[in-house]
Design a protein around this ligand. Structure first.
Ligand SMILES: Cc1cc2nc3c(=O)[nH]c(=O)nc-3n(C[C@H](O)[C@H](O)[C@H](O)COP(=O)(O)O)c2cc1C
Length: 247
């Protein structure tokens, strides 16, 4: 099953009304906690949102993406140095984790933990969808979830039982990402050929047409992840790290 799972997996954005039992959710989280972490400090926390009023408010902060509104549960996974720092303070030790390096450690722990949740949940027959919008409204999400200092949301997952109408999407060929011994410096021609299958993928051709753009790349740069938005989100996230005393 393992190899098939990894070859066949895909993101799910349409969910049935079937409830994910609490014990299933807790079991997934507990098993995901076997993920490796920096110094085994486990620098993450996860907040389960499933109660209807809270879920509506949280979904709005994810721009009411259908994956968010239609899922049974939203998990917000946070980089969390608060718990460990308080333990230090209560144990005759001085915490020294209000810096960028420590944030990166907590971010890394939280992201690895998140993907472990995804893998276990999907292997259990659930569907999952990351909500990258967690970064766009991280300050509002932090207020809604009453996150303390040194706790910042870094990943969000919509989870539920899938309605199986998804199709696998394309990937770059393995050569694009795999380098032996040293980084391979591709010619422009070779690099373009690595992206050819992506450009030929029918859904991507549709995106180009629908958005009236000259290339798939310009759908990314002009529509999906444009400069102004990237800079605004960056600025706001750095401010949040300051407000939460990570920086
Ligand atoms: C960091 C991150 C953010 C993502 N954000 C969203 C999102 O906001 N909405 C969405 O529908 N899918 C989101 N996804 C899912 C990706 O679109 C999906 O993984 C990618 O298109 C590849 O598809 P696959 O997972 O089915 O192979 C996100 C994935 C990651 C890792």
């Amino acid at each position: 099953m393992g190899k098939d799972y990894f070859s066949n997996r895909m993101t799910v954005r349409n969910f049935s009304d079937r409830r994910v039992p609490d014990h299933v959710l807790t079991d997934i989280i507990e098993r995901a906690m076997r993920a490796p972490t920096c110094g085994n400090m486990q620098l993450y926390s996860v907040i389960v949102t499933r109660e209807s009023a809270m879920k509506s408010r949280l979904s709005a902060m994810h721009f009411n993406q259908p994956a968010s509104t239609g899922s049974d549960v939203i998990l917000t996974i946070c980089a969390d140095f608060q718990r460990f720092s308080r333990w230090c303070e209560l144990s005759a030790a001085t915490p020294c984790y209000n810096n960028f390096h420590s944030f990166i450690s907590a971010l890394t722990d939280a992201v690895i933990f998140s993907q472990q949740i995804v893998t276990i949940a999907e292997m259990e027959g659930l569907g999952t969808c990351y909500l990258g919008t967690v970064n766009y409204n991280a300050a509002d999400i932090s207020s809604l979830l009453e996150l303390p200092d040194m706790v910042v949301p870094v990943a969000s997952l919509a989870i539920g039982y899938p309605i199986c109408d998804e199709r696998q999407v394309e990937r770059l060929p393995v050569e694009a990402v795999l380098h032996f011994e040293k980084y391979r410096h591709d010619t422009d021609e070779d690099l373009l050929s690595l992206f050819r299958a992506k450009e030929e993928f029918p859904d991507n051709k549709k995106f180009i047409k629908e958005n009236n753009k000259p290339s798939l790349a310009s759908v990314f740069t002009d529509i999906r992840y444009p400069k102004e938005m990237n800079e605004k989100v960056s600025h706001e996230f750095i401010q949040l790290l300051r407000d939460k005393k990570f920086l």
